[in-house]
Design a protein around this ligand. Sequence first.
Ligand SMILES: [Zn+2]
Length: 395
Amino acid sequence: MTTLTADIEQSPPRFERILGSYRGNATGASVVCVAGIHGNEVSGIHALRRVLRVLEDRRPPFRGEFVGIAGNLSALERGDRYLAEDLNRVWTEDRIEAVRELAPDRFTTIEHEEMWGLLSALDDAFTRSRGECYFLDLHTSSAGGGPFVLLGDTIRNRSLAFKIPAPVILGLEETIDGVLLEYVNSLGHVTIGFEAGQHDDPASIDNQESAIWIGLLHAGCIDAGDVPEAVEARRRLNERTHKLPRIMELRYRKPVSPEDHFRMRPGYMNFQPVSAGEVVASDRNGDVAVKETGRLLLPLYQGKGSDGYFLARDVRPFWLFVSSVLRHLHAHHLVRILPGIWHHPTRPDTFVVNRRVARWVPMQVLHLLGFRKVREEGEYLTVSRRRYDLKSPHI
Ligand SMILES: [Zn+2]
């Protein structure tokens, strides 16, 4: 097994946007992976190179295409999370449109240019696809404590997420605007994010590699019998994660900005249980205590970042089953008969909620029906669900 240090020593000093691709003669799905959208998260790059190397050496029967793409090239070269702005917070409709229209010589920041390059690479990969597209966004974190899958909660995304033997976290990306996963999901592709572990831990590369192989198996690009490395990677990940919770739901995100002088207390890790009132950090106003009992995710131990920590709690698999049944029955149409809730005038997958009435409709009911994105808009709340929950628009 290659170590992180050895991989870094072999790495060229510059990163190419397309790390590599592998295509079979038979038609099939496309598996597209992005690593290093945060420049201090290089382990996904090494994992993609490993998988590409095995495919090139072994040349197994392959259906469809596999593409490995690097995220923020300039930040990767400096080993920094980003230079001017976080490349994983810019994928809003307005900004994507602006970047598409602007000539490259008019870009004002490095990340503007990176976004254009990454968008072009993704456009190419998705346009070439002749089947379903599966998209994996690979990350690592400043804290250790076990890998996990980030799931935009659609039934189609669940089918891939639950193949990966690691905790699945619902609702995390809904709390942050402008993440790449959300954009790719809105195109109708099956998407998951994978947090593989601590930035410099060699095990994070192994974990990323496992997630990629499982993606290729699930998409039907390869058969398990042809690639023993894929089966071994899945077994190894399972061994590392079987004691962790299976499904969790995000409850809270601690937003931070540089002026807050936010400092996590030392020693916290992903999945660490915390009790309501426990002081986990400090900022310019003094102690920062968690509001409810749960488990910490992604405690911030690096200079750059706008999320201090997340708080999640365990979800019983039964509730996922209930929500799957409800969604297959298209029960979300029933939302409109609830008092104080009406269709958004311009956004088809969004409802407007009168706050006074919303007190009587538990958010859990809306979550079960697939409405996970909740935003305050003036005196109302809006709740949105993802468009391609059950059916692919591509096949
Ligand atoms: Zn990241």
